[in-house]
Design a protein around this ligand. Structure first.
Ligand code: ATP
Ligand code: MG
Length: 571
């Protein structure tokens, strides 16, 4: 490829609306352009990298017996109504109507469509197991599209669906995909961790997210400093640690003026926040519920929603709560009637706690659940774990890191096969629901994660396997015929050797070409300059280390072929 004819419009300025490095760099390196919020054109450089990632994914899916197919983005509403998700998916589901007013959606995922595809054509246990996948464009009308390809509204996903006769088969398929995903992300050069995850709207129990570690990541993960426990903060949990017994003292009501927050109450009463129990009111699908949690803890609304099984969960309005003498900031569990009380697992073990008095600006001291001072309808793990806490599996301690969710795998069990009637006939002649799994990789998000992990102030540092091109050849002066000819020859030889190479023939100054080479991040730069050429050499610069060396012109194709091969094998 000649740079003069390549659409790679690099920018010197940092685009104003890009917040994170990968987004800025993809715009600056001329890899993509915004069309609308969360909708992008992939320019040729990005598209080359995307295709490489897709091919890595294809190889690993095929290795596990995956069969590639392609389903449409447009899906009829009926199949979503059949699964029950048309009503619950919410505003993220991109709904469209055809000219006759019929409802469709642009698929955010394809469980429904693959299920109806499968149910019509597969009948017997003899046809199981199967794994079907596609690499296809998804649509999610995200509330906050941001960070470029990281969270867009139109994006490319690889989605694979497994179909097994029973749970044991699903476990085998799931483990195969776990392995395939680990291989995909290693080959893309990512530093990642598989973590236990919530199965969210997709449903079913048993899920892992593959997290590329990066400060800019939107997810938090907790991992043990001793064993291999790792989970998203959404599901990380542990049994409460034992509490030393205390003598239960008599309840006392005290004035706590102008102390509406836990911190203010603790400061006013001169106690640590972990002696306080917070009383929070939520609205779960219109039903008011109370949640009790230790003062220094944070309620995990994902766990709470899972426990309540509601579609919508939000903090209650003050008007719903402030009745009688109750005031927000001074709420407590004693005397609550007609509202279910849920408590985090630590709460019933605590002694002599401080709670709001439901009586103006007052709190109660020395309240004890164990004495029957208040009731709890259900106890559950409802909080976020925190950094430094003891690991749920061993005596190690938890550390926290940020991650980009590049992939997720789920055991769906029979959730969709039952609602969408995907049944097979077993060897014994009995009809049973097929046991399913689903497995997604965000292709564009993976690309963005690679850049997020691998860049410096000058630009992108591509792992060889996903670099748009492997080498750039730069004649330092396009007006010196000898250099132009020598560079052209190196370019031809590299091309003939099967190397993916760009010749920077743009007639720009050498400094501009060097800056763009670093920005675009070619793993190897070959510079053809008068001085080294006089010695019969060209200069090679390795992008990731900054190392410079001279290689004889006669040996350059062999040298680069060896280097590229070694780099491809390295990860
Ligand atoms: P998130 O929690 O980040 O919204 P998700 O859990 O809803 O993602 P999945 O349904 O698990 O996403 O989709 C599979 C993969 O598709 C994700 O792991 C991610 O890599 C990618 N993905 C999901 N949403 C987007 C998006 N809006 N833009 C780009 N990639 C996405
Ligand atoms: Mg996910």
């Amino acid at each position: 490829m000649k740079a003069s004819k390549m659409l790679a419009p690099t920018l010197r300025e940092v685009p104003a609306d890009a917040e994170i490095s990968s987004h800025k760099l993809m715009l600056r390196a001329g890899m993509m352009r915004k069309v609308a919020s969360g909708v992008y054109t992939y320019l040729p450089l990005a598209w080359r990298s995307i295709k490489k990632i897709e091919n890595i994914i294809r190889e690993e899916m095929d290795n596990k017996g995956g069969q590639e197919l392609l389903m449409p983005a447009v899906q009829p509403a009926e199949i979503w109504q059949e699964s029950g998700r048309w009503g619950v998916y919410g505003a993220e589901l991109w709904r469209v109507k055809d000219r006759n007013g019929r409802d469709f959606c642009l698929g955010p995922t394809h469980e429904e469509l693959i299920s109806v595809t499968f149910r019509n054509d597969v009948r017997s246990y003899k046809q199981l197991p199967q794994m079907l996948y596609q690499i296809q464009t998804k649509y999610r009308d995200e509330r906050r599209p941001r960070f470029g390809l990281m969270r867009s509204r139109e994006f490319i996903m690889k989605d694979l669906y497994s179909f097994d006769a029973d749970e044991a088969g699903l476990s085998v398929s799931y483990d195969m995909m776990y392995d395939a995903y680990s291989r995909v992300f290693s080959r893309c050069g990512l530093d990642f961790r598989p973590v236990e995850a919530d199965s969210g709207a997709i449903g079913g129990k048993g899920s892992h997210e593959f997290m590329a570690l990066a400060e800019a990541g939107e997810s938090a993960i907790l991992y043990c400093d001793t064993c291999d426990y790792a989970a998203t903060d959404e599901i990380a949990g542990r049994d409460p640690l034992p509490v030393a017994a205390e003598e239960m003292l008599a309840i006392e009501k005290v004035d706590t003026p102008n102390c509406a927050s836990v911190e203010e109450v603790a400061a006013f009463l001169n106690v640590p926040t972990n002696r306080i129990v917070k009383t929070m009111y939520y609205k779960a699908d219109e039903e008011l519920v109370v949640v009790l949690i230790r003062g220094d803890r944070t309620i995990n609304e994902i766990k709470l929603q899972g426990l309540l099984g509601c579609n919508e969960l939000m903090l209650a309005d003050n008007a719903d709560i402030e009745q009688g003498g109750s005031k927000v900031g001074y709420l407590g569990p004693i005397g609550i009637e007609g509202v279910k009380i849920y408590a985090d697992a630590e709460v019933p073990l605590m002694y002599n706690v401080i709670v709001g008095a439901n009586d103006g600006e007052r709190h109660l001291l020395n309240v004890n659940y164990q004495r029957g001072d208040f009731k709890i309808d259900q106890v559950a793990d409802l909080r976020y774990l925190e950094e430094g806490e003891q690991c749920p599996h061993c005596h190690g301690h938890l550390k926290m890191a940020r991650g980009i969710e590049v992939g997720q795998i789920f055991k769906l069990h029979t959730k969709y096969s039952e609602s969408l009637h995907v049944y097979y006939t077993g060897e014994d002649g009995v009809e049973r629901p097929v046991v399913m799994g689903c497995y997604g990789i965000g292709v564009g998000r993976t690309l963005a994660a690679v850049i997020e992990q691998s860049h410096d102030d000058d630009g992108i540092i591509w792992p060889m396997a996903v670099a748009p091109y492997q080498v750039v050849v730069i004649p330092v002066n396009d007006r010196e015929e000898e250099l132009v000819q020598a560079a052209g020859k190196v370019y031809d030889e590299l091309t003939a050797a099967g190397i993916e190479v760009v010749l920077d023939d743009r007639g720009e100054r050498a400094g501009v070409k060097f800056k763009d080479a670093d920005l675009i991040g070619y793993p190897v730069r070959v510079t053809v300059g008068a001085k080294s050429l006089a010695r019969g050499n060209v200069e090679v610069k390795i992008r990731k280390t900054g190392e410079m060396l001279e290689v004889p012109v006669a040996e350059i194709a062999g040298w680069i072929s060896d280097y590229v091969k070694a780099e491809m094998a390295a990860k």
